[in-house]
Design a protein around this ligand. Sequence first.
Ligand code: AMP
Length: 281
Amino acid sequence: MQVVSSIDEMQSLAKEFRKQGKTIGLVPTMGFLHEGHLSLVDLVKDRSDIVILSIFVNPTQFGIGEDLEKYPRDLTRDLELCNERQVDFVFAPDESRMYAADYSTFVSEEKVGAGLCGLARPTHFRGVTTVCAKLFNLCMPDFVALGQKDAQQVILLKKMISDLNFPIEVLVGPIVREPGGLAMSSRNEHLQTKQREGALILLQSMQAGKKLVDEKEITNVGRVKSEVMSILTESSVVRVNYVEIVDRKTMEVEREIEPGRSLIVVAAWLNEVRLIDNLPL
Ligand code: AMP
């Protein structure tokens, strides 16, 4: 495994592999790796000759007052995990190399990212699309692996890839959960044991909503949303940001639930930690 911090070196390596006819798979991450990230390495490895995992805590996707400084970091441990998982290259650029002092170009998707997390975090997705466009130009992947945990991000990046004609196929990995059911996230590091237990309410509330659809064949969006919402608010452990039922392919809010198409998405704060999760109906 090789660790690359220079953006020029990363691009030269990618060019060289492409010249040799090798396929490249990229797993973009912000580090503090867990099994959710590593499952994406396995996913992309099946399709690619070369696996690159990028680690970059991207400042442009954090809003003012968000947790950029507090975001958990442990490069040494991340490198060990990547080595064990047989990643070929870890691309870990410095912030100053990714964004020069006079940096002024941004990529912005204007539809998929407008709602849901885009409302609570108005500059977030612009940062995500910008950094991913840069990572795609530097790593030149044939495949990029993204996690279903960030459902809106998946659809947003697919849209950017299609709109801007990046020759990249997106592979989507399922949500990897802790044994109790909490979706793995680097930010879970900030939760104490009791809070982790409390955070299980996210999945439990969505499961209760799904039960109405599965067992009572309810297709009324308002009915299912209010079931999920009432469980979340009754728990008083979390502060709800949103509960929505969307079309999983477009992230547009559903008028009526269609099993196989609809997705419950939730976002909530547990103290200062913002958690998101989703469950297909
Ligand atoms: P992050 O480091 O949080 O920006 O995540 C990097 C990638 O890992 C994104 O594509 C995420 O959707 C994915 N990911 C994060 N957590 C999980 C999880 N629990 N299960 C599956 N994929 C995940």
